[in-house]
Design a protein around this ligand. Structure first.
Ligand SMILES: [Zn+2]
Length: 105
């Protein structure tokens, strides 16, 4: 996933923490990768398994959902079983308590 400097628009490698052109700190897209595997409350369609996997691995959630839906129909139930296993096995995201800032990565 490419990053773009939000000040000058320069394209940067995904591991960049500072813009090589203007030197501003890159922080917008970086927290997407390496998140713990949870089922987020926000953005889920059914149980949050797809978006949870996508966020934990920095995948595109749209791609994960397409693969999951196609897999539902063409894997003979394998993906359905895996989805249910994820539903049961992946912990639900713990919402930050009101008044506390979200945990910093
Ligand atoms: Zn820049």
């Amino acid at each position: 996933m490419a990053l773009f400097c939000h000040r000058c628009g320069t394209g940067l490698p995904a591991s960049a923490r500072f813009c090589s052109n203007c030197g501003s700190t890159i922080f917008v897209a970086a927290p997407m990768a390496g998140r713990p595997l949870v089922r987020p409350i926000a953005g889920r369609q059914i149980a949050g398994v797809c978006i949870g996997l996508a966020q934990a691995n920095a995948w595109d959630v749209a791609v994960v959902r397409i693969v999951a839906v196609v897999g539902f129909f063409f894997s003979g139930g394998l993906v359905a079983v895996a989805y249910l296993a994820g539903w049961i096995g992946i912990p639900e995201e713990i919402l930050p308590m009101p008044g506390f800032p979200p945990p910093q990565q």
